[in-house]
Design a protein around this ligand. Structure first.
Ligand code: CU
Length: 298
């Protein structure tokens, strides 16, 4: 039992070491966000750190003020309190300073909201250069439509891997991750503008990808949009982030970002047999983003 536990731990450490930053996933004991991999995500992280500093200073100042009042103006230290109830100067200061802080935060926040929401941050990109993927949330899996409204349209269904499954069981030595790996991952090309059109067939789900700092609800009868451009091949993981029912925790998002040539090859393979989702082709590739194969690390 102990030996087995140790082996699992060693394997976990080895796969983490093999993973590198581009392959970042939630790690036991981790306290920071996952490594950002898009320009937008990097800006969101920088903005988060800036707001964290602002909050820290505010908390420190308010705490110091409270302590000062408690020590200097308690009943013993200040037995006869003054009776005034207004001070115009201080009232203007404590109104204007918080307003200025909020304006400063809004100035950093609103452009980022726009950037995440409006395709390509308002940049004009030729339609031919855009990769469109339609995303459907279902109870309880995701499916991805490629080449929508063309004669090459096909749908890949993406379900969570489980240990002991008949079709494709979860195999940790292969690099599969519990609650994150899927039978047929979503695939996108590296360095290109990818536009997701997101909706749902039954209840509200939410498509979320922490390393891209993207999250949007998948709402039946409504089309939401997200976009990203990743400059690093890799496997990125997310999860349904809107409580959608009993298997809400079992609908992960696994996204392989591949170089254009490999993406094209996967597209052809998946289109030829959508039920297999190009899985064989993906299995033939070295896992993108990993410096070494996880399987060889045991
Ligand atoms: Cu869901």
């Amino acid at each position: 039992m102990l030996r087995k536990t140790l082996k699992v731990l060693a394997l976990g450490a080895a796969s983490l070491a093999a993973a590198g930053s581009a392959w970042a996933v939630p790690t036991p004991g981790g306290i920071d966000f996952q490594t950002p991999v898009t320009e937008t995500a990097k800006k969101v992280h920088a903005f988060h750190s800036e707001v964290l500093w602002i909050i820290t200073v505010i908390v420190a100042v308010v705490t110091a003020l409270l302590i000062w009042v408690m020590v200097r103006y308690n009943k013993r230290a200040n037995p006869v309190p003054k009776k005034f109830s207004h001070n115009t100067v201080i009232e203007i200061i404590w109104t204007v300073v918080p307003v200025l802080i909020l304006v400063w935060i809004a100035k950093g926040s609103f452009p980022l909201l726009y950037e995440q929401d409006v395709a390509f941050n308002g940049e004009q990109v030729a339609e031919a250069d855009v990769v469109d993927i339609k995303v459907y949330g279902n109870m309880w899996y995701w499916d991805y439509t490629y080449n929508q409204n063309t004669d090459k349209e096909f749908v890949v269904e993406s379900r969570m891997l489980r240990k002991g499954d008949a079709d494709r069981p979860l195999v940790e030595t292969r690099g599969d991750l519990q609650q994150l790996s899927t039978d047929h991952p979503m695939v996108a090309p590296v360095g290109r503008y990818v536009r997701l059109k997101i909706t749902a067939r039954d209840v509200i789900h939410s498509w979320a990808m922490p390393q891209f700092t993207l999250k949007v609800d998948a709402v039946p009868g409504r089309l939401n949009q997200l976009w990203f451009k990743v400059d690093q091949p890799g496997i990125y993981y997310g999860q349904c982030s809107e409580l959608c029912g009993k298997d809400h925790s079992n609908m992960p998002i696994e996204l392989w970002v591949l170089p254009q040539a490999e993406y094209d090859a996967w597209l052809a393979a998946a289109q030829a047999d959508p039920a297999k989702g190009g899985r064989e082709y993906l299995d033939s590739l070295p896992r993108p983003g990993a410096t070494t194969q996880v399987a060889s690390a045991q």
